[in-house]
Design a protein around this ligand. Structure first.
Ligand SMILES: NC(=O)c1ccc[n+]([C@@H]2O[C@H](COP(=O)([O-])OP(=O)(O)OC[C@H]3O[C@@H](n4cnc5c(N)ncnc54)[C@H](O)[C@@H]3O)[C@@H](O)[C@H]2O)c1
Ligand SMILES: [Zn+2]
Length: 369
């Protein structure tokens, strides 16, 4: 195993470490024992991820004296709901998991979000450990303490803030991830560069080939930088009063696209990338971005294998979808727009025509040199 790289999320008594290293999953016990006093853990995963990594992990934990109860959920976003969460809670309670116990999530963002919500509810909150296995979960969802399940009326409507005690990231798990999931994760990672950190954006531009080829050192660096930036954002605004909204770059458009595609047509990160292009056209018209900067964004997405052209839905449909999304508070749409590369601006309730124009331009867009 290579040496672990470590980041700290500084949130007073809720502070925790993010540890990143190839092979770290097999050493999870050591990290967990430093982060939590719990000796009994509910391990939440799904069949697929558990089939790949579960047994080895459980053996490793048991060999260190941990008691582990495995509870698997079906694979898929459609199972990120209260019924599945309740099944897991029922098993935990039947197993007499008390306040001194903990929960471990082994999987992507779906498992992490659901297991985290379970951990926040059982006995008003038990220790929670994130072992993320998708790129999206490693660069985004495992850090920051937002946990939730979906409600028939909307995504992530039932949730809590429950910070993990430890996030342990093993990039080797990405080897079994489908190519499209990996690219989706890249779509999400790029937002940190565009909205928060020009240096990270430049790093991605310079390492496109290595990133696409999943060069181990490069992936580790990418994950490290993404987590560093996310940790800084969360430290400044844990409960999303304002600054944490920056992480929603491309998401206002993106959520509407996901909905219009009935959560089948696009992976989340793909929708976010296309949504960011539309946001960039809004920023262009409002004078926050110039054509050259917009093109850098488009070129990077394209080089990473992500679609840059906004799908051909009627702009009015996209707009209605955005209005129905929970993030439009008091019926006012809110957009995070890039302000140059490495900064952002929040725009509320822009004129509808401006949004339509941005969508139409994004539907014709093709990045060029
Ligand atoms: N809490 C947050 O802050 C936050 C942030 C962003 C996204 N999210 C949530 O994350 C979820 C999406 O997460 P995701 O993109 O990880 O999807 P996912 O959890 O559905 O994982 C994608 C697929 O990859 C499989 N998989 C996972 N790890 C694997 C591995 N190592 N090898 C092979 N297959 C593997 C999964 O079984 C699944 O089929 C959404 O529900 C979204 O709302 C949460
Ligand atoms: Zn996202």
């Amino acid at each position: 195993m290579s040496a672990l790289r470590e980041l700290r999320v500084d949130l007073g008594e809720r502070s925790y470490s993010i540890r990143i290293g190839a092979g770290s999953l097999t050493q999870a016990g050591a990290g967990i024992s430093e982060a939590s006093r719990a000796r009994r853990f509910l391990l939440v995963s799904n069949e697929r991820v558990y089939g790949l990594y579960g047994e080895k992990l459980v053996k490793a934990l048991q060999s260190q004296g941990y008691e582990v109860l495995v509870s698997l959920m079906p694979d898929g976003e459609q199972y990120k709901n209260m019924d599945e969460a309740m099944k897991i809670i029922d098993r935990a309670i039947a197993w007499n998991l008390d306040r001194s116990g903990g929960a471990i999530a082994l999987g992507g963002g779906v498992v992490g979000d659901l297991a985290g919500l379970v951990a926040s509810l059982v006995h008003r909150g038990i220790d929670f450990i994130q072992l993320p296995t998708t790129l999206l979960a490693q660069v985004d969802s495992s850090v920051g303490g937002k946990v939730a399940v979906n409600h028939p009326r909307g995504k992530n409507l039932l949730g809590a803030f429950h910070q993990p005690r430890l996030v342990l990231i093993d990039p080797l798990t990405l080897k079994t991830l489908e190519e499209r999931e990996y690219r989706g994760g890249l779509g999400e990672a790029v937002k940190y560069g565009i909205a928060c950190d020009a240096g990270f954006f430049g790093y991605l531009e310079e390492h496109v080939e290595q990133v696409r080829a999943q060069d181990p050192e490069c992936i580790e660096e990418l994950i490290y930088q993404a987590c560093r930036i996310k940790a800084e954002v969360v430290e400044e605004d844990e409960q999303e009063a304002r600054h944490r909204m920056v992480l929603n770059l491309g998401h206002t458009f993106g959520h509407s696209l996901e909905m219009l595609g009935e959560y089948q047509a696009f992976r989340h990160g793909e929708a976010v990338a296309m949504g960011t292009i539309a946001a960039a056209f809004m920023a262009l018209e409002m004078g926050y971005l110039d054509q050259g900067q917009l093109n850098r964004i488009g070129l990077l997405y394209r080089a990473l294998g992500l679609a840059t052209r906004f799908p051909g839905y009627d702009p009015e449909e996209v707009y209605t979808g955005m209005m129905n999304d929970k993030k439009s508070s008091h019926n006012r749409l809110r957009f995070i727009l890039p302000r140059g590369i490495g900064a952002y601006v929040v725009v509320e309730a822009p004129p509808r025509e401006l949004v339509y124009r941005a969508i139409r331009q994004a539907q014709k867009y093709s990045p060029n040199y």
